[in-house]
Design a protein around this ligand. Structure first.
Ligand code: MG
Ligand code: MG
Length: 248
Protein backbone atom coordinates (compact mmCIF):
# COMPACT_ATOMS: atom_id res chain seq x y z
CA UNK A 1 0.00 0.00 0.00
CA UNK A 2 1.32 3.42 -0.95
CA UNK A 3 1.27 5.78 2.04
CA UNK A 4 0.42 9.35 1.00
CA UNK A 5 2.01 12.04 3.18
CA UNK A 6 0.33 15.19 4.47
CA UNK A 7 1.99 18.58 3.97
CA UNK A 8 3.10 18.38 7.60
CA UNK A 9 4.67 14.97 7.08
CA UNK A 10 6.43 16.20 3.95
CA UNK A 11 7.79 19.04 6.05
CA UNK A 12 9.29 16.43 8.42
CA UNK A 13 10.74 14.59 5.44
CA UNK A 14 12.27 17.86 4.23
CA UNK A 15 14.16 18.09 7.53
CA UNK A 16 15.38 14.50 7.22
CA UNK A 17 16.33 15.14 3.61
CA UNK A 18 18.23 18.30 4.50
CA UNK A 19 20.35 16.48 7.09
CA UNK A 20 20.98 13.71 4.56
CA UNK A 21 22.17 16.31 2.03
CA UNK A 22 24.38 18.09 4.56
CA UNK A 23 25.99 14.77 5.49
CA UNK A 24 26.66 14.09 1.83
CA UNK A 25 28.36 17.49 1.52
CA UNK A 26 30.68 16.51 4.40
CA UNK A 27 31.50 13.18 2.78
CA UNK A 28 32.21 14.82 -0.60
CA UNK A 29 34.65 17.23 1.05
CA UNK A 30 36.49 14.31 2.67
CA UNK A 31 36.87 12.04 -0.38
CA UNK A 32 40.50 12.07 -1.50
CA UNK A 33 43.15 9.50 -2.43
CA UNK A 34 44.27 7.56 0.64
CA UNK A 35 41.16 7.93 2.78
CA UNK A 36 39.54 4.65 3.79
CA UNK A 37 35.86 3.86 3.40
CA UNK A 38 35.80 3.22 7.15
CA UNK A 39 37.00 6.79 7.79
CA UNK A 40 34.22 8.13 5.56
CA UNK A 41 31.74 5.99 7.47
CA UNK A 42 32.91 7.31 10.85
CA UNK A 43 32.77 10.88 9.62
CA UNK A 44 29.21 10.43 8.33
CA UNK A 45 28.01 8.71 11.49
CA UNK A 46 29.49 11.43 13.75
CA UNK A 47 27.96 14.19 11.64
CA UNK A 48 24.49 12.60 11.61
CA UNK A 49 24.46 11.96 15.36
CA UNK A 50 25.86 15.43 16.17
CA UNK A 51 22.93 16.94 14.28
CA UNK A 52 20.28 14.87 16.04
CA UNK A 53 19.79 12.18 13.42
CA UNK A 54 20.13 8.42 13.37
CA UNK A 55 22.15 6.58 10.71
CA UNK A 56 19.34 4.51 9.19
CA UNK A 57 21.59 1.91 7.59
CA UNK A 58 23.44 0.94 10.76
CA UNK A 59 22.08 -2.43 11.85
CA UNK A 60 19.53 -2.49 9.02
CA UNK A 61 19.14 -6.22 8.35
CA UNK A 62 22.50 -6.51 10.11
CA UNK A 63 24.42 -4.03 7.90
CA UNK A 64 27.49 -2.91 9.89
CA UNK A 65 27.99 0.63 8.51
CA UNK A 66 26.28 4.02 8.47
CA UNK A 67 27.06 4.38 4.77
CA UNK A 68 27.42 1.99 1.87
CA UNK A 69 30.69 2.62 0.04
CA UNK A 70 31.04 0.87 -3.32
CA UNK A 71 34.18 1.31 -5.42
CA UNK A 72 34.56 0.85 -9.21
CA UNK A 73 32.83 -2.42 -10.21
CA UNK A 74 30.95 -2.50 -6.90
CA UNK A 75 27.37 -1.44 -7.58
CA UNK A 76 25.78 -0.99 -4.15
CA UNK A 77 25.92 -2.22 -0.53
CA UNK A 78 29.71 -2.06 -0.19
CA UNK A 79 30.73 -2.42 3.47
CA UNK A 80 32.93 0.40 4.76
CA UNK A 81 36.27 -0.75 6.13
CA UNK A 82 40.02 -0.58 5.65
CA UNK A 83 40.04 -0.17 1.85
CA UNK A 84 41.66 3.06 0.71
CA UNK A 85 40.35 4.90 -2.31
CA UNK A 86 42.94 5.64 -5.00
CA UNK A 87 43.34 8.22 -7.75
CA UNK A 88 41.36 6.97 -10.73
CA UNK A 89 38.70 5.19 -8.65
CA UNK A 90 35.06 6.05 -8.62
CA UNK A 91 33.24 5.66 -5.31
CA UNK A 92 29.50 5.40 -4.74
CA UNK A 93 28.25 6.49 -1.35
CA UNK A 94 24.71 5.65 -0.26
CA UNK A 95 23.33 7.08 2.95
CA UNK A 96 20.14 7.01 4.97
CA UNK A 97 19.30 9.42 7.77
CA UNK A 98 16.36 9.17 10.17
CA UNK A 99 15.37 12.48 11.70
CA UNK A 100 12.27 13.21 13.75
CA UNK A 101 10.76 9.91 12.68
CA UNK A 102 11.27 10.23 8.93
CA UNK A 103 13.95 8.96 6.58
CA UNK A 104 16.04 10.62 3.87
CA UNK A 105 17.86 8.34 1.43
CA UNK A 106 20.38 9.60 -1.12
CA UNK A 107 23.41 8.43 -3.05
CA UNK A 108 26.06 9.83 -5.35
CA UNK A 109 29.15 8.61 -7.17
CA UNK A 110 32.33 10.69 -7.07
CA UNK A 111 35.55 10.59 -9.03
CA UNK A 112 38.72 10.26 -6.94
CA UNK A 113 41.33 12.54 -8.50
CA UNK A 114 41.76 12.10 -12.24
CA UNK A 115 39.58 9.35 -13.69
CA UNK A 116 39.11 7.96 -17.20
CA UNK A 117 36.84 9.62 -19.75
CA UNK A 118 34.57 6.60 -19.71
CA UNK A 119 34.21 6.86 -15.94
CA UNK A 120 33.26 10.54 -16.27
CA UNK A 121 30.77 9.58 -18.99
CA UNK A 122 29.20 6.98 -16.67
CA UNK A 123 28.89 9.46 -13.79
CA UNK A 124 27.34 12.11 -16.00
CA UNK A 125 24.87 9.71 -17.64
CA UNK A 126 23.75 8.23 -14.32
CA UNK A 127 23.15 11.60 -12.68
CA UNK A 128 21.33 12.86 -15.78
CA UNK A 129 19.20 9.68 -15.75
CA UNK A 130 18.22 10.35 -12.14
CA UNK A 131 16.99 13.81 -13.08
CA UNK A 132 15.16 12.48 -16.17
CA UNK A 133 13.36 10.09 -13.83
CA UNK A 134 12.57 12.78 -11.26
CA UNK A 135 11.10 14.98 -14.03
CA UNK A 136 8.46 12.26 -14.62
CA UNK A 137 7.35 12.28 -10.96
CA UNK A 138 4.34 14.49 -11.60
CA UNK A 139 0.69 14.32 -10.60
CA UNK A 140 -1.31 12.40 -13.20
CA UNK A 141 1.66 10.49 -14.58
CA UNK A 142 2.18 6.78 -14.05
CA UNK A 143 4.85 5.16 -11.89
CA UNK A 144 6.55 3.38 -14.78
CA UNK A 145 7.10 6.70 -16.60
CA UNK A 146 9.99 7.25 -14.16
CA UNK A 147 11.85 4.05 -14.98
CA UNK A 148 11.11 4.38 -18.67
CA UNK A 149 12.73 7.83 -18.82
CA UNK A 150 15.76 6.56 -16.88
CA UNK A 151 16.24 3.50 -19.08
CA UNK A 152 15.85 5.46 -22.34
CA UNK A 153 18.51 7.94 -21.30
CA UNK A 154 20.94 5.27 -20.11
CA UNK A 155 20.54 3.11 -23.22
CA UNK A 156 20.93 6.06 -25.58
CA UNK A 157 24.27 6.75 -23.88
CA UNK A 158 25.47 3.16 -24.43
CA UNK A 159 25.27 2.08 -20.79
CA UNK A 160 22.99 -0.40 -19.04
CA UNK A 161 20.55 -0.19 -16.14
CA UNK A 162 20.84 -2.61 -13.21
CA UNK A 163 17.55 -4.51 -12.91
CA UNK A 164 18.05 -6.54 -9.72
CA UNK A 165 17.83 -3.47 -7.43
CA UNK A 166 15.27 -0.70 -7.64
CA UNK A 167 14.05 2.49 -5.97
CA UNK A 168 11.19 2.55 -3.48
CA UNK A 169 8.61 4.50 -1.59
CA UNK A 170 9.99 6.09 1.57
CA UNK A 171 8.62 7.78 4.67
CA UNK A 172 8.68 6.78 8.32
CA UNK A 173 10.37 3.63 7.04
CA UNK A 174 13.21 3.56 4.55
CA UNK A 175 11.48 1.06 2.27
CA UNK A 176 7.79 1.52 1.57
CA UNK A 177 5.62 0.68 -1.40
CA UNK A 178 5.85 1.03 -4.32
CA UNK A 179 9.03 -0.44 -5.81
CA UNK A 180 10.39 2.04 -8.38
CA UNK A 181 12.22 0.17 -11.16
CA UNK A 182 14.73 2.01 -13.33
CA UNK A 183 13.48 0.36 -16.52
CA UNK A 184 10.31 -0.63 -18.33
CA UNK A 185 7.55 0.70 -20.56
CA UNK A 186 5.84 4.03 -19.91
CA UNK A 187 2.21 4.38 -18.86
CA UNK A 188 2.01 1.46 -16.42
CA UNK A 189 1.57 1.04 -12.70
CA UNK A 190 -0.06 3.30 -10.12
CA UNK A 191 -1.14 6.79 -11.05
CA UNK A 192 1.16 9.36 -9.42
CA UNK A 193 -0.46 11.54 -6.78
CA UNK A 194 0.50 14.50 -4.63
CA UNK A 195 1.82 13.26 -1.29
CA UNK A 196 3.75 10.30 -2.69
CA UNK A 197 7.36 10.24 -1.53
CA UNK A 198 9.83 8.16 -3.48
CA UNK A 199 13.52 7.29 -3.47
CA UNK A 200 14.54 7.25 -7.13
CA UNK A 201 17.92 5.61 -7.63
CA UNK A 202 19.33 4.47 -10.96
CA UNK A 203 22.31 2.10 -10.78
CA UNK A 204 24.08 2.14 -14.13
CA UNK A 205 26.87 -0.07 -15.53
CA UNK A 206 29.30 0.72 -18.33
CA UNK A 207 29.04 -2.90 -19.50
CA UNK A 208 26.34 -5.54 -19.02
CA UNK A 209 23.46 -4.98 -16.58
CA UNK A 210 24.21 -8.25 -14.82
CA UNK A 211 25.28 -8.14 -11.17
CA UNK A 212 26.04 -10.64 -8.43
CA UNK A 213 26.42 -10.57 -4.65
CA UNK A 214 29.89 -11.20 -3.20
CA UNK A 215 30.45 -13.98 -0.63
CA UNK A 216 30.23 -11.38 2.20
CA UNK A 217 26.49 -11.42 1.53
CA UNK A 218 26.30 -7.67 0.92
CA UNK A 219 28.53 -6.18 -1.75
CA UNK A 220 26.93 -6.22 -5.19
CA UNK A 221 29.38 -6.19 -8.13
CA UNK A 222 29.05 -6.20 -11.91
CA UNK A 223 29.46 -9.68 -13.37
CA UNK A 224 31.72 -8.41 -16.19
CA UNK A 225 33.86 -6.23 -13.90
CA UNK A 226 32.73 -3.01 -15.59
CA UNK A 227 32.37 0.25 -13.66
CA UNK A 228 29.06 1.08 -12.00
CA UNK A 229 27.55 4.33 -10.71
CA UNK A 230 24.59 5.17 -8.46
CA UNK A 231 22.73 8.42 -7.90
CA UNK A 232 19.68 8.74 -5.66
CA UNK A 233 17.35 11.39 -4.29
CA UNK A 234 14.34 11.25 -2.03
CA UNK A 235 11.57 13.28 -3.67
CA UNK A 236 8.01 14.34 -2.91
CA UNK A 237 5.36 14.60 -5.60
CA UNK A 238 3.54 17.89 -5.05
CA UNK A 239 0.86 19.79 -6.94
CA UNK A 240 3.67 22.03 -8.18
CA UNK A 241 5.81 19.15 -9.46
CA UNK A 242 8.55 16.99 -8.01
CA UNK A 243 10.45 18.39 -5.02
CA UNK A 244 13.88 16.99 -4.24
CA UNK A 245 14.01 16.58 -0.46
CA UNK A 246 17.64 15.44 -0.21
CA UNK A 247 19.12 18.67 -1.48
CA UNK A 248 20.84 21.05 0.95
MG1 MG B 1 20.02 4.80 -0.77
MG1 MG C 1 17.15 3.85 -1.57
Amino acid sequence: MIILKSLQQIDCMRAAGRLTALTIEEIKKAIRPGITTGELDALAEDFIIKHGGIPTFKGYQGFPGSICASINDEVVHGIPGLREVKTGDIISIDIGVTYDGYVGDSAFTAAVGEVSDEALHLLRVTEEALHKGIAQAVVGGRLSDIGHAIECHVKSAGCSVVRDYVGHGIGARMHEDPPVPNYGSAGRGPRLMAGMTLAIEPMVNLGSHEVRVMPNGWTVVTVDGSLSAHFEHTIAITADGPEILTRA
